[in-house]
Design a binder for this molecule. Structure first.
Ligand code: UDX
Length: 439
């Protein structure tokens, strides 16, 4: 069986490599020639645990091929999975340019019957517009059907999420298309849901917005607990024991980032508005998330005596979450930008994300930002240390050593990973979200 993937980002590359490992002939197509060249040499364009070994193994066994040429991949494929980026435009709408170009190129090379399965997160009903594009380019004799097969993988655990998803969603227009997709996915565990295209597209938006809302709810509870003299850690733990609520995606801190949650919440809000519904819950989810960074900055200023100007601030963790080098919509970048504007000198460290952060224009242009080789490197002569992303290695720091290195023993913990009591006993000034209890 031959299948193709268009787009070699997290979704296309991970899913393609996994299907190749099950013995399918997989072609991954990308317009980026440099990326294809590197992938053929076994170089992965981003950090994802386990992916490099899987790609190398399947390139060696000749099940996994990388190409820029649709003609070598599409004609004999049973299904073409579209996995290109659908980033937000500056007006908040979804940029569909990669999607339309991928569908146009695919259309030109269709042969026989092919399922065009869209894995990218797309606005509900996009198949109408895509159908018009296909009709213009498809050759006589070729037939196709669109399907929606949304991806639910999280960066850092992408292989596990793809191999053992909670559910597989197939949005289709016929039993024939459903059978093709069910057949291709026969090795993957998880409950199958076969539905129509729009319902499948909506499962993705509604799930991500719900999870983001759950995080914003946890953040709001933490902010209230802090002000009302309660302890958010205990409040959320107590709530989560109710099986209807649960503990997952219920951690408070500087807020969510990444390539999905911020854009999907915004896009779902737009979908609702276009359909005549004012989805205030989605807007509040987004605004609450932005507010967490503002509140974190307030805590930083308060911790250093009111102003960060000419202060040296150490920052631990720059990626949007641990176990990835992805910095898209990372809270750390917004925090750094604001601190630089207010005249602070920054020493930053992240286990893997530094090369990507160095390419960000405001970072590249600033003489106030320096990077350290390890966590202790950011502490030297610092007036305060910030914890922004909770990498595991930060949970085992030697605070005696840190106290000696810092100019002032001040910690602002954006993810509440440190032991507040122990640090206070060691003489640190320690600030975090959510702890208003006096005990
Ligand atoms: C997410 C969804 O989980 C996935 O299903 C979807 O397909 C793509 O978007 P991802 O962006 O990789 O995946 O990250 P995820 O692990 O979900 O974390 C999102 C953000 O929420 C991170 O910034 C994380 O720090 C934050 N978060 C998560 C919290 O602040 N609190 C939590 O309790 C959980």
């Amino acid at each position: 069986m031959k299948i193709s993937f268009v787009g070699t980002g997290y979704v296309g590359l991970v899913t393609g490599a996994i299907f190749a490992d099950y013995g399918y002939k997989v072609h991954c197509i990308d317009v980026n020639e440099q990326r294809i060249k590197e992938l053929n040499e076994g170089k992965i364009p981003f950090f994802e645990p386990g992916l490099e070994a899987l790609v190398k193994k399947n390139v060696a066994s000749k099940n996994l091929h990388f190409t820029t040429d649709y003609a070598t991949a599409v004609p004999d494929s049973q299904a073409v999975f579209i996995c290109v980026g659908t980033p937000p435009l500056s007006n908040g709408e979804v940029d569909l340019s990669q999607l339309t170009s991928a569908v146009e190129m695919t259309a030109k090379h269709l042969k026989g019957y092919t399922v065009i399965a869209i894995k990218s997160t797309v606005p509900i009903g996009v198949e109408v517009m895509l159908g018009e594009i296909i009709k213009k380019h498809v050759k006589q004799g070729a037939t196709y059907e669109f399907a929606s097969v949304p991806e639910f993988l999280s960066e850092g655990t992408a292989l596990e999420n793809t191999l053992h998803p909670d559910r597989l969603v197939f949005g289709v227009t016929s039993k024939k298309a459903a059978d093709v997709l069910l057949g291709i996915h026969k090795h993957i565990s998880g409950e199958r849901i076969v539905t129509d295209l729009r319902s499948a597209q909506m499962i993705k938006y509604a799930s991500n917005t719900f999870l983001a809302m759950k995080i914003s709810y946890a953040n709001a509870v933490a902010n209230i607990a802090e002000r009302a003299g309660a302890n958010a850690r205990d409040v959320l733990y107590g709530m989560g024991l109710d099986k209807r609520i649960g503990h997952a995606f219920f951690k408070y801190g500087v807020g969510f980032g990444g390539s999905c949650f911020p854009k999907d919440v915004q896009a779902f809000y737009d979908v609702a508005l276009k359909n005549g519904y004012d989805f205030t819950l989605a807007k509040a989810t987004y605004d609450t998330n932005l507010q967490q960074v503002t509140l974190f900055l307030d805590k930083i200023r308060a911790a250093v005596g009111g102003s960060v100007e000419n202060k040296t601030i150490g920052i631990l963790g720059l990626s949007f979450k641990p176990d990835t080098d992805d910095i898209r919509e990372a809270p750390a970048l917004r925090i750094m930008k604001q601190l630089v504007e207010e005249g602070a000198k920054l020493h930053a460290y992240d286990p893997v994300a530094i090369p990507k952060v160095q390419l960000v224009p405001f970072v590249h242009e600033s003489s106030q930002i320096h990077f350290a080789d390890d966590a202790y490197g950011v502490m030297k002569d610092a007036d305060a240390m910030l914890l922004v992303t909770e990498w595991n290695e930060f949970k085992e720091l030697d605070f005696k050593k840190i106290k000696q290195l810092m100019k002032k023993p001040v910690i602002v913990d954006g993810r509440s990973i440190f032991d507040a009591q122990a640090l206070k006993e060691m003489g640190f000034s320690y600030a975090q979200f959510g702890n208003g209890s006096k005990s």
